[in-house]
Design a protein around this ligand. Structure first.
Ligand code: GAL
Length: 773
């Protein structure tokens, strides 16, 4: 159900009718985010709210808090679909609609869903005509003052039409639970079955190469069949080395196959201990995790596998092994890919329970929806080996209630009722209070937000609590942007250009530089690890510029919104990987006589700085100092044009030269080829260079794109203050760089050409491969 939806933004209330005139609707494909097309405007979801967690206890004006995009517009989607004559039951499965949706089939209301992040299934049988064309109409009515970040808007995840006979597997029928017993793995399973009579259930397990490695048949008439099937030799699903099996169930009634369903799963064990830490498959592991909101930068919230894959590969590149989906369940595709890459995940249900963070936020619907939404998350995602734990909430205000533990127990029990194989957790920011009010005792693992210096105190006072950093750092930076003099460390100033310095020493009152967390994680083996706020910049929450338009996206990312590495990426790379590299900041284009501090992230223990050939000494990492445990610093270096070179103690070096005026563009592709599917995105990086090939670090050149052999999609440079619509075929470079996205439905070559006034243009071509054999 992905193509040929008719769409319009509209506040009309009669577009559900069959004879409604939709001739002025446009044709779109889903997943579709209608807010990303803009325009950006200060008035879009302008909020007057307090932010208790930020110490803003009186309401204030927030612009750009949800991205400055029109996420509160209302819309309709309509689509015709055919139902086969032999069908007996018709379902529409929605992975997520943002938000407050109502679903009609042939003019009859068949369902709807409030929360934009949970999946749901609508039984459309009674409204359908069989052997005929039917019409589904979906109304989307998001509210303002409802979110702390960009939500996107519309049918932004996948939709499936499911046609079944009399006997069938209902929505999300299978729950698979592998248990490792030495060399043998026992796969317990529950399967829901709708059948009026006795049936044969055939169960099959295929390995990753699609060979059947186990199969069994059962005769039954039960609505829920529970059984077990064993594997004598098996591959473990390991962190960053995944192995996936497929579990297939076939339903036979009266000798005929009535239905088939399948799920992927992996075999792995989880153990955790308040003193010893976390073990996956009996191997000790630290969570080198990042928090991620769901938007995909320039393409918005619409699910796209290639964009998700790109995010994950970039995160793995810096050593990430875990993702926290903050603060809501992700798309099923995101979890599928984490399964594939061997990334551990935290699946989180809510940012609120009954107490409001905003006027129209989830708390408004809590009583009516929360049980169903929590259940929907667990029942949809419990077969994913990547899911390490269920989070029942983030910075929930009920932490402060003396009876807050009752809510925690309630949600913990729901998770365990549907899945007893995984631990529960929550992100506690009022951690002390949450301990006192008993919420922490109701979850299996205690997430601590932003308290690196208190872990050990909590550990001493509550020795049974299993602890980790559910949210850490929240460092702020704009890629390639530096302010002097460098402050060590301090609260981010509200700079007039609405950017943040890339020395990664500045933050909000609760935040801190990355090394502080590295330091304690290394020191205390019992800590399970951390989830950095955030892996990528995201649309919305432009803290600290709450009321300073046009700031409209976050500065917290390790990568910027375009997916380009900030300096901070190298801080994580040195702490989380064994890669050998020398990364030096800032760039070397300043005014004669400026006094500059030079920082270096590297695997090496020590390195020497040379400015125009003159040594400025060797700096050593200092394991006893938080900041210097992971970076080398040379202060008060007087700028003179030329070059800086940092040479590590093993000889590896990096040189940065003073760039001359911009002379040319360089286009490079991030991937060698894409599939000719029309939704496999090719990402190109465009750099503004001087004649000698140095990146021009101050260049904000407008670059114009043209594409042959495909279509241009969007571009971005990671500037949090840009109000250019991402789909415009041009983009201003930010600190000499930007990215452009293109796609193609035709096999052949895709070429992106970038040009700019007065500069030599450049092109880059990649293969577009047909998936058909
Ligand atoms: C946390 C919150 C996140 C985000 C972050 C910014 O307190 O859980 O959603 O707002 O602060 O630092």
């Amino acid at each position: 159900m992905d193509k040929f939806w008719k769409f319009a933004k509209s506040t009309q209330d009669d577009a559900y009718k069959i004879d409604f005139d939709d001739s002025d609707f446009v044709t779109v494909a889903v997943p579709h985010d209608y807010a990303i097309d803009g325009p950006f405007a200060e008035e879009n979801d302008k909020q007057f709210e307090k932010i208790v967690a930020d110490g803003i206890n009186k309401p204030m004006v927030h612009v750009g808090r949800t991205g400055g995009l029109p996420i509160t517009d209302w819309a309709w989607y309509r689509k015709e679909f055919f139902v086969d004559a032999a069908t007996k039951n018709v379902f529409l499965e929605f992975d997520g609609i943002m938000s407050n949706s109502t679903v009609y089939v042939n003019g009859i209301k068949v369902g709807g869903h409030i929360y934009g992040y949970t999946s749901f299934c609508v039984d459309a049988t009674s409204a359908c005509n069989f052997g005929a064309t039917n019409l589904v109409a979906v109304s989307v009515r998001p509210e303002g003052h409802a979110s702390r970040w960009y939500t996107g808007a519309g049918i932004y995840r996948n939709v499936r039409l499911v046609q079944k006979g009399d006997a069938y597997f209902p929505y999300q029928a299978i729950f698979v639970r592998p248990t490792v017993r030495g060399k043998r793995a026992e796969i317990d399973f529950d399967i829901n079955i709708i059948a009026a009579e006795e049936y044969i259930l055939e169960v099959e397990i295929c390995d990753q190469s699609n060979n059947i490695v186990a199969s069994q048949k059962f005769i039954s008439n039960k609505a829920k069949f529970s059984g077990q099937i064993a594997l004598d030799n098996y591959h473990l699903w390991e962190v960053l080395n995944a192995y996936l099996y497929t579990f297939t169930a076939k339903l036979h009634v009266k000798g005929k196959n009535s239905d088939t369903t399948a799920t992927k799963f992996g075999i792995r064990t989880i153990k955790y201990d308040a003193n010893k830490g976390l073990f996956i498959n009996d191997k000790y592991i630290k969570l080198n995790g990042v928090c991620m909101h769901h938007d995909l930068g320039a393409i918005g919230a619409a699910v796209n596998i290639s964009a998700i894959r790109r995010q994950l590969e970039k995160l793995i590149d810096i050593g990430t092994n875990a993702i926290r989906f903050s603060h809501n369940p992700p798309s099923p595709e995101y979890l599928d890919m984490c399964d594939e890459y061997g990334l551990l995940t935290m699946d989180e249900a809510f940012d609120e329970w009954e107490l409001h963070k905003l006027k129209n936020s989830y708390a408004k619907h809590f009583k009516q929806e929360a049980i169903a939404d929590m259940t929907a998350m667990v029942c949809r995602d419990r077969n994913h080996p990547s899911v390490l734990m269920w989070s029942i909430g983030n910075e929930i205000l009920e932490q402060k209630l003396i009876y807050g533990w009752k809510y925690a127990k309630f949600f913990n029990d729901i998770c365990h009722a549907h899945d007893y194989t995984r631990p529960t957790t929550a992100g506690f920011n009022n951690t002390e209070t949450a301990f006192i009010n008993g919420l922490t005792a109701e979850v299996d693992i205690v997430g601590v937000n932003y308290k690196p210096h208190q872990y050990d105190r909590f550990h001493q006072i509550y020795p049974d609590a299993v602890l980790y950093g559910s949210e850490t750092a929240s460092a702020l930076s704009s890629r390639g942007h530096y302010y002097f003099p460098v402050k060590y460390p301090s609260i981010a100033p509200n700079a007039p250009d609405l950017q943040a310095s890339s020395y990664d020493l500045l933050g909000r009152p609760w935040s801190y530089y990355p090394e502080r967390e590295f330091f304690v994680q290394k020191k205390y083996k019992y800590l399970l690890g951390e989830f950095v706020w955030t892996g990528f910049d995201y649309l919305g929450e432009p803290s600290p510029y709450h009321s300073d338009w046009p700031s409209r996206s976050s500065y917290f990312g390790i990568y910027d919104l375009a997916g380009l590495k900030k300096d901070r990426a190298y801080a994580y790379m040195s702490a989380w990987t064994n890669k050998k590299f020398v990364h030096v900041l800032p760039h070397w284009n300043w005014n004669e006589g400026d006094v500059i501090d030079i920082h270096c992230y590297t695997h090496a223990h020590a390195a020497e700085l040379f400015v125009n050939g003159v040594s400025h000494g060797i700096q050593h990492k200092d394991e006893n100092d938080e900041l210097l445990s992971n970076r080398l610093i040379w202060t008060d270096i007087v700028f003179a044009p030329g070059q800086i070179m940092v040479v590590a103690d093993d000889g590896l070096s990096t040189t940065i030269k003073t760039a001359e005026a911009p002379a040319k563009l360089r286009v490079t592709a991030e991937t060698a080829s894409i599939a000719a599917t029309g939704d496999d995105f090719a990402y190109f990086e465009v750099d503004v260079l001087d004649a000698a090939g140095n990146i021009c670090p101050h260049a904000n050149t407008r670059v114009v794109f043209s594409v042959s052999g495909g279509e241009y999609v969007a571009s971005d440079a990671g500037d949090a203050t840009s109000t250019r619509i991402f789909a415009q075929p041009y983009c201003e470079a930010f600190h000499g760089k930007l990215i452009a996205i293109a796609k193609s439905s035709d096999a052949g070559r895709l070429t992106l050409t970038a040009s700019a006034d007065g500069l030599a243009s450049d092109s880059c071509s990649i293969d577009v491969v047909s998936l058909e054999v």
